[in-house]
Design a protein around this ligand. Structure first.
Ligand code: NAD
Ligand code: UDP
Ligand code: UDP
Length: 338
């Protein structure tokens, strides 16, 4: 997309930039699962200052424990549905619950977070001349009629369903991003994230990988929601963070799909977790939730071509890393074969 209007005049508040070599980066939702891994990666660069803004709805300070008190790090308890005044150079805008259990808990709040929260972050980006990246979602494709999903596909979304606060919310967030880009010359980046898993996911957040691993460790049946033939593609969180940073640093607005193209049915996932963690644990078919997409797999040609990115970690490599983290948090030691 070409910018048709002149870029905004930098705000006088950014004058300080001439005196400081550091890049100041805001991460909204930085206390969450993906956000905290992104913060870890950004903090590795000594030229970065990182500000996290989070209301701790699904995130926790614990995820950022190692950075609290660090001179290049700041943590602010703040809700993005309220205006925010900070001076930054880049904004990674992640704030939004991602698990269906949490985003359906208070759907009105979810849509406010997506719409008003994104509007506020765009207003902020406009005022200070920052580049802003939105973490959108594969859910914008709804229950897709094209497979795999390319960025050009407009989606098949129910506007009045129980998932709409999330998927329609993200669709409006994408619209706002492009309108601020076209109308005000804001530098935008949009990532459409497909299912991501890894350490620090909420243990009881209801998503399938965390459910199966927690169930296997507790010796409970793995709850496969009917019919079990629905598919998803699972990306390990370090690959996702790498993709997000490449997108922010590159020259393309997106939207760009980020995800792992390996496609599995939920039955296959359950069998894999069972084999890796506990071959004795049973599978149990349970009722599904409304509007559950039947298949989902990213076409990542654009990310490969434009960002030189593709996931490196396979499901069989990533699951044990998550298992270790869940064992620690659940207090379930590894069995030894003595
Ligand atoms: P998460 O729930 O762990 O993290 C979201 C963070 O945002 C939490 O720390 C939460 O407290 C915070 N938050 C929520 N509402 C807020 C508000 N109004 N103001 C301030 N903070 C708020 O989820 P995640 O998996 O890390 O997802 C991060 C982003 O990636 C989200 O935007 C999500 O939509 C997107 N995404 C994630 C996945 C995935 O598989 N994990 C897939 C697609 C898109
Ligand atoms: N905003 C913000 N921080 C800023 C600048 C703006 O939170 O540093 C919010 C502001 O409160 C408004 C939104 O971003 O609700 C959109 O701002 P914009 O300037 O684009 O629109 P306007 O204020 O004219 O409605
Ligand atoms: N699922 C399942 N068992 C569970 C939780 C989820 O079989 O305990 C299925 C669910 O029906 C869906 C898929 O796993 O088809 C992915 O669901 P999740 O909530 O993890 O993410 P989504 O991709 O739907 O946002």
């Amino acid at each position: 997309q070409k910018i048709t209007r002149p870029p905004p005049t930098p705000s006088p508040l950014r004058f300080s930039k001439f005196f400081q070599a550091n890049l100041r980066i805001l991460v909204t939702g930085g206390a969450g699962f993906i956000g905290s891994h992104l913060v870890d990666k950004l903090m590795e660069n000594e030229k970065h200052e990182v500000i996290v803004v989070d209301n701790f709805f699904t995130g926790s300070k614990d995820n950022l424990r190692k950075w609290i008190g660090h001179p290049r790090f700041e943590l602010i308890r703040h809700d993005v549905t309220q205006p925010l005044l900070v001076e930054v150079d880049q904004i990674y805008h992640l704030a939004c619950p991602a698990s269906p259990i949490f985003y359906k808990y208070n759907p009105v709040k979810t849509i406010k977070t997506n719409v008003i929260g994104t509007l506020n972050m765009l207003g902020l980006a406009k005022r200070v001349g920052a580049r802003i990246l939105l973490t959108s979602t594969s859910e914008v494709y709804g229950d897709p009629l094209e497979h795999p999903q390319k960025e050009e596909y407009w989606g098949n979304v129910n506007p009045i369903g129980v998932r709409s606060c999330y998927d329609e919310g993200k669709r409006v967030a994408e619209t706002l991003m492009f309108d601020y880009h076209r109308q005000h010359g804001i530098e935008i980046r949009i990532a459409r994230i497909f299912n991501t898993y890894g350490p620090r996911m909420n243990i009881d957040d209801g998503r399938v990988v965390s459910n199966f691993i927690a169930q296997a460790l507790r010796g409970e049946p793995l709850t496969v929601q009917a019919p079990g033939t629905q598919t998803r593609s699972f990306c390990f969180v370090s690959d996702m963070v790498d993709g997000l940073i490449r997108l922010m640093e590159g020259d393309n607005t997106g939207p760009i799909n980020l995800g792992n193209p390996g496609e599995f049915t939920m039955m296959e996932l359950a069998e894999t977790v069972k084999e890796l963690i506990d071959p004795n644990v049973p599978l149990k078919t349970v009722e599904n939730t409304p509007d559950d997409p039947r298949q989902r797999k990213p076409d990542i040609s654009k990310a490969k071509e434009l960002l030189g990115w593709e996931p490196k970690i396979t499901l069989r490599e990533g699951l044990p890393l998550m298992e270790d983290d869940f064992r620690l948090r659940l207090g379930v030691p590894k069995k030894t074969n003595k």
